[in-house]
Design a protein around this ligand. Structure first.
Ligand code: NAG
Length: 353
């Protein structure tokens, strides 16, 4: 009897062990001193592999938690969808970015970019907390969620806050610092590739977080070219940029200049006539103001009035003019005339002095 029980128990134990190793293989990769855990769940078929990679602050993520989270679509593009989702286990709101399988690049290159993006941390950059790849090639990126939405909405809504010089100025400095980290914080610069006010998220204190950087590196040539065309139609594309793979620090600076002008003017940078983009290197309203020497047209009429009071007393017309000149230099049609990001930051900080 005892022999039978022991025999049966050990057989069951063996089966459980085999099943365990079959379904759950846990690997720990070493990456620059950081431990990254990869859970692989096999289905006996190599094609059917799901995995979740977590990065700093994403350690509490779990596959089931991400896939079952009640979510709401907050944005759509040709290559994917953005969701706002409430993760049940941690009770945290997260931004989920779903990438359509056909639009993404494959293989090692993709994984390298994910590793790179996952290790980026900066107070003005949206971090990547985790990455999930599904059995049918679905790809999900998990980011923090920021309640105030994006900078484009903030400018368009035209609230009192969006006219306050102190806020305009601190948002500008924040975006420039985020971009500086991308351009100069690594051996090789990381090109944003799709900088626009929709890709700047704001928290409750109006601190900006640059989002979507390097995303084009995850997309196939067709999809990333479509991304470039969308940014051209919205007025952010530098005139010399034809192919997305040629995106550079200079083309990022151009887009930054357009955002600075948007902040200053309270107007969207929509290019009303993107077809004739040889002449129209600036969104129309900006170009008209510049050609007509009506620089005053660019300022939001409330900025100067509001700044006469208390905490913003340091602002003068000269500050605003310097800010405008800096933005215009960033939007120079010739890439070599644009300042680099360090110079942009110096000049912005100089305005305050
Ligand atoms: C690249 O993405 C597009 C969608 O933007 C898709 O239609 C196309 O099939 C993809 N091309 C390749 C080679 O995978």
């Amino acid at each position: 009897m005892l022999k039978l029980v022991v025999g049966l128990a050990s057989t069951i134990l063996l089966i459980i062990l085999i099943l365990y190793f079959f379904f759950y293989r846990k690997r720990v990769l070493r990456n620059g001193g950081e431990d990254i855990e990869i859970m692989e769940k096999g289905h006996g078929d190599e094609e059917m592999i799901e995995n979740l990679v977590t990065f700093q602050d994403g350690e509490d993520l779990a596959i089931s938690d991400i896939l079952d989270a009640p979510g709401e679509v907050i944005g759509k593009s040709n290559y994917g969808t953005l969701y706002q989702a409430l993760l049940q286990r941690s009770n945290k709101l997260r931004l989920l970015r779903f990438l359509r399988p056909v639009c993404t690049t494959r293989g090692e290159e993709f994984d390298d970019v994910i590793q790179l993006l996952g290790c980026l941390r900066h107070p003005n950059l949206v971090s990547l907390l985790g990455f999930y790849a599904g059995p049918r090639g679905e790809k999900l990126l998990v980011h923090p969620f920021y309640r105030l939405g994006n900078l484009a909405e903030f400018i368009r809504d035209g609230s009192d806050e969006s006219h306050k010089w102190a806020i305009i100025y601190s948002i500008s400095i924040g975006i420039a610092k985020g971009l500086e980290h991308l351009h100069t914080g690594f051996l090789k610069p990381i090109i944003h590739g799709n900088l626009k006010s929709k890709n700047i998220l704001l928290d409750r204190k109006y601190q900006p977080y640059v989002s979507d950087f390097g995303l084009y590196l995850l997309l196939n040539a067709t999809a990333s070219q479509e991304m470039l065309e969308a940014s051209a139609a919205e007025g952010y594309k530098a005139p010399e940029l034809i192919k997305m793979k040629d995106a550079s620090e200079e083309t990022d600076i151009y887009s930054l200049g357009v955002i600075l002008l948007e902040l200053l003017s309270g107007k969207e940078a929509v290019n009303e006539n993107p077809t004739s983009d040889e002449d129209f290197y600036l969104p129309n309203f900006m170009r008209n103001a510049v050609l007509g020497h009506r620089i005053g047209d660019l300022f939001h009429p409330n900025i100067l009035l509001r700044d006469s009071n208390d905490d913003q007393s340091w602002v003068t017309e000269e500050c605003i003019l310097k800010f405008f000149q800096l933005a215009m230099a960033c939007c120079s049609p010739s890439p070599s005339l644009r300042p680099n990001i360090k110079q942009v930051l110096w000049k912005l900080e100089d305005i305050r002095k």
